[in-house]
Design a protein around this ligand. Structure first.
Ligand code: BGC
Length: 780
């Protein structure tokens, strides 16, 4: 290794700017602009093989903070002091001053003073937390998510981060899977719109600009389809289904320029994604055109051994590099095995060069060679993180994400009413969702906090009623590091807990009797959804259901406010309550946003992007299913040999696209300006929409198309466009959707995306259950 002790970071940066040779003797680098490709190549050539391999290692921040000592087990896992000291990237180290300190120490000892990359999961916000992605999908406003991603990037960047492991764009159809909360839902087209918007929000048009972070599309591919909804389970997708429904959202993110892609934990066609050459080289790189950094998911490189696909760590290294995985997240397999594999001729050094080059290119795109601290700045952190503007954005996004599932005229709250808030989410600040370990619950606004600001306190009361979970349940969150919230704790003294709970319940019942209206904030614990949080029974915890039943016995006007990270079986709730408002895990400004909607200051506009099943037995249930040979025919659902259940309907409780408003709308049948469409032509489909109620409101008009007959069967309908229309009471507008041939393409029997001539049906409505359609013919 070179003697680099005479260098310090100020000199390194200054000399690089001036164009001096660095300690390893590399040629002058022009620092005012980023490195040219030829300079990067020169740098790569001057690096030792070990140095290149170490660039491909990612470790956690603990190593640099002296919290993890490399002892026996760590060594067995392939980590050595040398490899960790030279690792090219780090996960989970943040805070401007910390990042600067670590970067400085790292670069001073790195033989070529190459900067370190700082990465973390910034999913739905950094410290200002926005609604979980499933909620963001319900806004049907990708532009809003673009702004949220931009704000999150800004907060993350000043805290020293360079890369976020987001957006997650896995298509999700099974509500048992806890990670549905990280996706925008069950629709390919909608997910693609959000994928693009979020990548653009994080990255902007140039990663070197201030406050940008690199995005990482994940998890490639098909992670959202684990068998039986059990996390990390086998995925069984036909190539057709994979290409037609699952790949497009990744493709949209790649086309938007996502700098990274992350592999998934699952197998595709029997081969684990992280070692799947066909998936990563042929599909991702060659077909989809991805030329950025491919990172393995956490320890996924080692897991391919446990899948039964590799015999040992050397084999795992060989297969992963053959598949083109550039960074090994947290296994040490590359740094431990690649050198030997190259020396004994099993692996070509050119594969390491290729991976190391992509990592250098990413560092260069971020401008780290000229400014290794990028945006890390303590003072700016204080100014930007949780600033008013970001909080306002969080409030806007939250209220637009709420979905009014039912309302028999009891919402909004009327001023003169005596209102009791009863339920464990009444004054609960743990409303940020499972991924928000940077955001803290103390910064979140609870329903009670917000209600105290806007409601007449003499007419409003608040009661917890019961705990979120019964006293035997213990859940664990992700890290318990700085800023982590208190996790749920199982009660230690069960007897005392019982007495306490009985008292809570009685107080709540008394309050319910006296009120004109009861608002019940109920739901899943935030740690019941997210990674490794699959549930077989997707219901509200029983302790809360008992409270709900008791309150309904004494009070007819119950409105439930639902907190959750996934669609739930809420049949009983939606049967008994007069109103149900879905608020997901709404984020930092949750309480304010909920009160905006409960008081009618904001008229709800959100629409479901995942169907709420009638019962778990229907799952996976999604609107864009195939017709089957025994299709749904109205009135014939219970015929003997139909595709049906004996005990429940085929249709979900609430379908994709569904959501009510405080006003009502009438939508006319679609009118088409032509019956026949030829290639290159545009067909206009128009509806009239009228606000027939007494309040101004916004409706999400949705365009669905069905391809009636094709060389492979097509869904009964598919979302192809949407548009938000604001209408004053009595106001009517005409809305036109343009239909083009590209929108009719699908993965055909010829194994390409193409349209086929024939009949199409056009539906325009306010949710996916719209039945009226008009038809047209595509002629070729
Ligand atoms: C998750 C990824 C995440 C990674 C790093 C994994 O367990 O599957 O989504 O980006 O950890 O935190």
């Amino acid at each position: 290794m070179q003697d680099v002790r005479r260098w310090n970071i100020e000199e390194i940066i200054a000399n690089k700017r001036k164009g001096c040779k660095d300690s390893a003797g590399t040629e002058p680098l022009q620092r005012d602009q980023s490195m040219k490709q030829s300079e990067l190549e020169q740098l790569l050539k001057s690096m030792s093989l070990e140095e290149k391999i170490n660039q491909m290692l990612q470790v956690t921040g603990d190593f640099y903070l002296g919290k993890t000592v490399i002892t026996g087990p760590m060594r067995e896992n392939g980590f050595t002091e040398e490899s960790v000291a030279q690792a090219g990237s780090v996960i989970g180290l943040l805070g401007a001053d910390v990042v600067k300190k670590v970067q400085k120490a790292y670069m001073e000892q790195q033989p070529h003073h190459i900067p370190l990359l700082f990465m973390l999961d910034v999913i739905n916000g950094f410290k200002t937390v926005f609604p979980i992605p499933l909620g963001q999908g319900a806004t049907f406003e990708p532009e809003l998510s673009r702004r949220c991603a931009q704000a999150a990037a800004k907060e993350a960047a000043v805290a020293g981060l360079h890369v976020t492991f987001a957006p997650m764009v896995d298509l999700v159809r099974d509500a048992r899977w806890g990670r549905v909360m990280e996706s925008t839902g069950e629709d390919t087209y909608l997910n693609s719109c959000f994928s693009k918007a979020m990548v653009e929000g994080f990255q902007g048009s140039d990663l070197k600009e201030p406050y940008r972070v690199a995005a990482c599309i994940k998890h490639f591919a098909g992670y959202g389809a684990p068998d039986a909804g059990r996390d990390y389970n086998t995925v069984e997708l036909s190539e057709h289904t994979l290409r037609e429904f699952y790949l497009p959202a990744y493709q949209a993110g790649i086309e938007a320029g996502s700098a990274l892609v992350m592999t998934s934990f699952n197998t595709i066609d029997g081969v684990p994604a992280t070692g799947n050459k066909w998936l990563m080289r042929d599909i991702l790189r060659d077909e989809m055109g991805f030329d950025g950094v491919l990172i393995s998911d956490w320890a996924a490189m080692e897991e391919i051994i446990y899948h039964g696909y590799c015999e040992d760590r050397s084999d795992a290294a060989k297969r992963s590099i053959a598949a083109g995985v550039d960074i090994d997240m947290m296994t040490g397999i590359y740094s431990e095995r690649l050198l030997e594999l190259i020396q004994n001729g099993t692996v070509e050094e050119s594969l390491v060069d290729e991976a190391a080059m992509r990592i250098l290119e990413l560092k260069n795109k971020l401008g780290l060679f000229e400014n290794p601290y990028k945006d890390a700045d303590e003072e700016k952190s204080r100014e930007i993180i949780l600033c008013r503007e970001h909080r306002e954005l969080a409030r806007e996004c939250a209220r637009k994400s709420f979905v009014l599932l039912k309302n028999e005229g009891i919402l909004p709250i009327r001023k003169e009413q005596k209102t009791a808030f009863i339920g464990p989410y009444t004054d609960n600040h743990n409303i940020l969702g499972a991924w928000s370990f940077i955001g803290t619950s103390e910064d979140a606004v609870s329903i009670r906090d917000a209600a105290m600001e806007v409601l007449d306190q003499s007419k409003t009361t608040f009661f917890q009623g019961c705990p979120v979970l019964d006293d035997t349940v213990k859940l664990e969150g992700f890290n318990s590091g700085e800023g982590a919230e208190e996790e749920s704790k199982a009660a230690t003294n069960l007897e005392a807990e019982k007495v306490k709970q009985e008292k809570m319940l009685q107080e709540a019942i008394e309050a319910a009797k006296e009120a004109d209206l009861v608002i019940m904030p109920l739901g899943e614990h935030r740690l019941q959804s997210g990674e490794a949080c699959s549930r077989a029974e997707i219901v509200i915890p029983e302790v809360q259901m008992e409270l709900f039943r008791k309150i309904c016995q004494v009070q007819p006007n119950v409105a439930v406010v639902l907190f959750n990270g996934r669609p739930l079986d809420i049949r009983e709730i939606s049967g008994k309550a007069k109103a149900v408002l879905e608020v997901w895990m709404p984020g930092t400004e949750g309480g304010h946003a909920i009160l905006d909607v409960l008081t009618g200051t904001y008229n709800p506009t959100g629409k479901l992007t995942m169907s709420f099943p009638y019962s778990v037995g229907q799952v996976p249930v999604h609107y864009n299913e195939y017709s089957t040979g025994r299709p749904h025919v109205p009135g014939k659902d219970k015929d003997r040999f139909r595709s049906k259940y004996l005990d429940i309907p085929n249709t979900p409780l609430y379908p994709f696209g569904y959501g009510l408003s405080y006003t009502s709308f009438e939508v006319s049948k679609a009118e088409l300006d032509r019956r026949e469409m030829k290639l290159g032509q545009v067909l206009n489909a128009t509806v009239k929409i009228k606000n027939t109620g007494e309040t101004a409101g916004t409706q999400v008009l949705q365009l669905y198309i069905r391809d009636v007959k094709a060389s492979v069967v097509r869904p009964v309908k598919e979302l192809k466009g949407f548009c938000k229309v604001h209408l004053l009471p009595g106001e009517e507008k005409s809305v036109t959707f343009e239909i083009r041939e590209e929108m009719l393409r699908f993965y055909s029997e010829n194994k390409v995306f193409e349209s086929e001539a024939g009949e199409f049906q056009v539906f325009i409505g306010v949710d996916s259950s719209v039945e009226d359609y008009e038809r047209f013919y595509l002629r070729k």
